[in-house]
Design a binder for this molecule. Sequence first.
Ligand SMILES: C[S@@+](CC[C@H](N)C(=O)[O-])C[C@H]1O[C@@H](n2cnc3c(N)ncnc32)[C@H](O)[C@@H]1O
Length: 309
Amino acid sequence: MRMSASALPFRRMLGIDERLEHTAARPVIIPQVIVVDHGKVFVSESFKASCAFLGISFQPARKATGTDKPHIERTLGSVATMFAQYVSATAGLSPGAAVLEVGCGTGQLTERLASSGFRLTAIDIGASMIAAARQRLAGAEVSFQVTSFEDLAAVDASFDLVISSAAFHWIDPEVAFSKSARLLRPGGWLALLGTEEHYDDPLGEALDVLWVTHGDTGGAWERRPSDPEAIAATGLFGTPACLTDRQQAILPAGDVIALETTRATFLSWPHDTQRHFTEELRRLLKPQPAVDLTRHTSVTMAQVLRVRR
Ligand SMILES: C[S@@+](CC[C@H](N)C(=O)[O-])C[C@H]1O[C@@H](n2cnc3c(N)ncnc32)[C@H](O)[C@@H]1O
């Protein structure tokens, strides 16, 4: 994008704080056209008003017209691509940079990173995940490994970027940040991508209570620090920068049950606890056919300061 298309006063911001230099390097995305399907999430009045305000042409897909669907798929693909580009721009990476992706899963983000020409190592603890990622990226130059991050054997200071999407919270917190700092070359970056769903109250509050009363961790999961807080607490990285996008959605009650009962915490419970939780959730949802939810997608980036061995 041309910087002239940006509304941000970059020059004045740089004068105030030179750390904002990276802001000026970030891609500013202003689409010309957005094609949307007919899910409620996309057709809210505020979304349409925002499009009008930003001069974006808002075009609903024609109903029952399969050929319109690829436009939407491509748009979602572009979001992942721009995410990867945002991270590379902030970290100042060029083709050939050494990148480690932790918990690559089936390779959605890996695909985007690979197209940037990085020397990419992608690891996952699940052999089936790596098999799927290998298939997705057939022919690409990616070094895949089936290993946990905790057990990964890698040379200290060998990566320019350690990146992880929706996986870093599964790693032993004693290892996650210290090992990332050790594997990064001086000045290298850690980038954590994550998503979270928050239901509007009163359901949100009632569901929190349900998780706490059914689990045996006393709600530790809910009280876990955010990515920026966790990174800042290590003292190994510079001040983390966090970018968050919020999307409103309306979820049918059945989908809420489907979503909540696929969470790892739920799956780890004994059958009786799972049944009781599901019954209680069904009872909470009974008065309403659908619920409001906000989906938070965030990217947190921090530059390594020093290495503690
Ligand atoms: C929610 S998935 C995210 C997958 C992918 N990054 C994405 O965004 O689509 C989490 C992934 O982390 C992997 N994982 C969990 N614990 C791990 C560990 N300790 N080391 C490496 N990978 C791990 C899981 O096998 C799973 O593929």
